[in-house]
Design a protein around this ligand. Structure first.
Ligand SMILES: Cc1cc2nc3c(=O)[nH]c(=O)nc-3n(C[C@H](O)[C@H](O)[C@H](O)COP(=O)(O)O)c2cc1C
Length: 334
């Protein structure tokens, strides 16, 4: 594949491909390839290896009100086709993120979305209130896969009312673009996606990791210090693709896909299932250049097909609208 100039231009004056994508509330990305929260640090760690400013956007590590040391080790293990992690939101806390990283982000043309986590609605609102108006913070991605203290540890992402309530409260606290990240650990994600949309989110990101465990080699106990971990990587992709396919049929707001992207074919699959953009996560650990290569390859693919924009690739695998809201998917649910 030919090397492309930044922003999708082919060398030699070939017509540029428009890769820009509007995620709402003024958040327009130069291209639809983002890096996923927890897999790209704060962006600065990769500055020497990757031209981070050519990414569509960076979702930084999960950020909480106070610093967190994370879960007991071991925290990661490989699995067939993926990995399990139980990092437990290790981070220096929102104030340190604002002081240390936001000034650097401000100088970049790539938007940085701060991934926000909390144990109560008040936690989320306070973190977002502190981020609101900070130069360098382009938007918020709410990680709602955190135990809700008020609901006895039930995750916000597992319940439509809780997901709607936290989204609405954060929406009232900021005018920043607001993306909310769905969990795959539910039997039907559609009511949750609708509740988040109704509560004022600008976009959805789908999905977070799938809950799993591994055992110690002698099988005397679970392997991870936290017992439970989140499955990511190629093993997650069919689940993520199903969720994107279901969600894009029941909401009007843009959906950003995540889960097991390792090559252009994965990007094309998620676009065909209705996503407007994709995030790359686990694959970055093996190949930090991959997200930028995907930007170039997507532009190259559009040029090859004679497309001026990647938009015709979106939603091609969806049933024609208007249709019955994907009740068919239910048949395939385990
Ligand atoms: C080590 C690790 C840390 C992660 N930390 C976060 C996090 O802090 N917040 C979040 O919303 N998602 C986090 N995730 C989930 C990823 O952003 C992504 O949703 C998931 O890994 C699926 O994408 P992938 O298969 O491309 O990795 C983390 C994933 C990994 C592997």
């Amino acid at each position: 594949m030919k090397e492309l100039e930044p922003d999708g231009d082919l060398p030699g004056g070939t017509r540029p491909v428009d890769l820009s994508v509007d995620l709402g509330r003024g958040l327009v990305l130069a291209n639809p390839i983002l890096v996923a929260s927890g897999t790209f640090g704060y962006g600065v760690e990769y500055g020497e290896v990757v031209d981070v400013e050519r990414l569509g956007a960076i979702c930084c590590k999960g950020t909480t009100l106070r610093p967190r040391i994370g879960n007991a080790p071991p925290r990661v293990t490989e699995t067939p086709g993926g990995m399990l992690n139980s990092i437990g939101l290790q981070n220096p806390g929102v104030e340190a993120v604002i002081e240390k990283y936001a000034p650097l982000w401000q100088a970049w043309r790539v938007p940085v979305l701060v991934n926000v986590a909390g144990e109560s609605i008040a936690d989320y609102v306070e973190v977002v209130r502190r981020l609101d108006g900070v130069p360098g913070v382009a938007g918020i991605e709410l990680n709602i896969s955190c135990p809700n203290v008020g609901k006895g540890g039930l995750q916000f992402a597992l319940d439509a009312d809780a997901a709607g309530a936290v989204t609405a409260a954060v929406r009232r606290a900021t005018d920043l673009p607001l993306l909310v990240k769905l969990s795959p650990n539910v039997s039907d994600v559609r009511p949750i996606a609708r509740a988040i949309e109704a509560a004022g989110a600008d976009a959805l990101t789908a999905v977070n990791t799938l809950s799993g465990i591994a055992l110690a080699p002698d099988r005397s106990r679970p392997f991870l210090g936290n017992v439970f971990g989140g499955l990511s990587g190629p093993a997650l992709k069919p689940v993520a693709l199903r969720i994107v396919y279901e969600v894009t049929q029941v909401v009007e707001i843009p959906v950003v896909a995540i889960g097991g992207v390792t090559e252009l074919a994965d990007v094309l699959d998620f676009l065909a299932a209705g996503a407007v953009a994709v995030q790359v996560g686990t694959a970055i650990f093996a190949d930090p250049i991959l997200p930028l290569r995907l930007v170039d390859e997507l532009a190259g693919e559009c040029a090859r097909r004679g497309l001026e924009s990647y938009r015709p690739l979106i939603g091609t695998a969806l049933p024609p609208r208007p249709g019955a809201p994907s009740a068919r998917g239910v048949e395939y649910r385990p």
